[in-house]
Design a protein around this ligand. Structure first.
Ligand code: MN
Ligand code: MN
Length: 463
């Protein structure tokens, strides 16, 4: 402690952790790991979150006739995004404290007409969603998740490939013996988007007059087992996701490997923070948004009016009166942690990380003053004042935090929902744990960082 520190350097959160805290960190992460394994789509995550919210006494906004200090409320957007709030002590006009994350993750969506037969195999065509390195998705167990809507409006939920005795699905790759030309290609071309076809069946119908015998057998099976017809795929949101469980990684079990840490690690910690809050100073809001991985467009993304509409509803119930001016005041006085992940330093790819400005696994929640690329383009940079406020809050609560850029200048870049919230004239800063192998089917986070992210969001929402 007394050693002279020249400049800022974050400390490893494990170093000064006592036995009790370590047990708490591990217990918190067990809860998170199970939740992540159970919920691999935005619909599943939203559904399970609503269950947790209701258990903790949150009610749908439709169930309230007025909103007052201490009330716990949530709003759902099309089963795929949601917002939860605890009304604070201060007048609503003094602004909201918001932690905003996203619950969609990169994956392979089924095409609207996915089913075909080739080479005595039944297959699904996919269209990848978000920033995917396509070669990472071949030759591993895959699961099918989602919902099919019938013509009468009824819904059929699918989740196949997760239980021990479920079948899994897979995408093939060419054998090395015949892969000479593929291996000479650029990595981005070795496996192309149109080659991401999922094998789903191989047993044909025994009928001479039938042309596509395996596809026919598959359609018969789907109809019998799930009441799904070929045309039903047109009205479906079906996703192919890794069939892995979230598991401890490393001998010391300090890391968690799983699918969808980006950005469900922020979503889970934000949700737990708002669930545990009782008497916040300002109205505490958690946003679990959809479609961040494709630019936040669409009715369930951060660029939609959903958030603003719901704040208007809150204004109306809080003041028993709605005015545009009241809404504008609530928005412009609000403060936001844009809860999204940053890249963890990877010793095998050290060349892309900026020395002195990179995030390390185990050094706590990462604060990112700006994101963007090519000279901070697309970044809603946080000002010095708000950086100072967040730093002071975290230091006061013993939250381990570190500061980082995504990578070296001009190495690449990325964005979050921060810019869209900043457009409301709010103070916004990006803040979430570091992830190794981000956007891969098996991302890795540090348990210490997950826990300190939860602590950071909690103190921000409370004070
Ligand atoms: Mn993200
Ligand atoms: Mn992402």
């Amino acid at each position: 402690m007394s050693k002279e520190r020249k400049g800022y350097e974050a400390k490893n959160a494990w170093l000064e952790m006592g036995e009790d805290e370590r047990e708490e960190v591990f217990a918190f992460n067990r809860g998170y790991a199970d939740f992540l394994t159970e919920n691999k789509t935005e619909r599943e995550f939203a559904g399970a979150s609503i269950e947790k919210l209701r258990k903790a006494g949150f009610k749908n906004i439709d169930e309230y006739k007025e909103l007052k200090t201490g009330d716990k409320v949530y709003m759902v957007n099309r089963s795929r995004a949601l917002m939860a709030a605890v009304i604070g002590q201060k007048d609503l006009q003094e602004g909201l404290k918001i932690v905003g994350s996203h619950i969609d993750s990169p994956r392979l969506d089924l095409k609207p007409n996915p089913l075909y037969e080739d080479g005595e195999l039944a297959m699904f065509k996919t269209h990848y969603y978000g920033g995917v390195k396509k070669y990472q998705w071949v030759t591993m167990p895959l699961a099918l998740h989602g919902v099919v809507v019938k013509e009468d409006g009824s819904e059929i939920e699918l989740k196949i490939g997760e239980k021990e005795d479920d079948p899994i699905f897979f995408i093939s790759d060419v054998l090395p013996h015949l892969g000479k030309k593929q291996m000479e290609k650029k990595m981005s071309e070795g496996i192309t988007g149109e080659k991401l076809n999922v094998v789903i069946g191989s047993i044909p119908v025994n009928d001479e007059d039938t042309k596509e015998k395996v596809k026919t057998a598959l359609l018969d099976y789907l109809e019998k087992e799930y009441d799904i017809t070929g045309e039903d795929f047109v009205s479906a949101d079906l996703q192919i996701v890794p069939a892995f469980k979230t598991r401890d990684a490393g001998f010391d079990r300090g890391l968690l490997a799983g699918y969808g840490h980006d950005d469900r690690v922020c979503s889970y910690t934000a949700l737990e923070a708002v669930l545990d809050i009782n008497d916040p100073k300002y109205t505490a809001v958690v946003l679990l948004m959809d479609r961040e991985e494709v630019g936040s467009m669409g009715s369930t993304g951060m660029q939609s009016h959903f958030f603003e509409d719901q704040v208007a509803e809150m204004v109306n119930l809080y003041y028993d009166n709605y005015s545009e001016l009241l809404l504008r005041r609530v928005l412009q006085n609000s403060k936001v942690l844009s809860a999204d992940v940053n890249a963890a330093y990877d010793p095998d790819f050290a060349e892309v990380y900026a020395e002195h400005n990179s995030a390390y696994l185990g050094k706590g929640v990462v604060i990112s003053k700006y994101t963007g690329s090519r000279g901070k383009s697309g970044a809603s940079e946080a000002g010095a004042e708000f950086m100072g406020e967040v730093r002071s809050l975290f230091n006061g609560a013993g939250v381990y935090w570190q500061i980082a850029e995504l990578g070296k200048v001009d190495e690449g870049g990325g964005g979050t929902i921060a810019q869209f919230l900043a457009n409301y004239n709010m103070d916004v800063v990006d803040c979430g744990p570091a992830v190794m192998s981000m956007h891969s089917p098996y991302e890795v986070v540090s348990k210490a960082d997950v826990y300190h992210t939860y602590l950071g969001y909690s103190v921000f929402l409370e004070k």
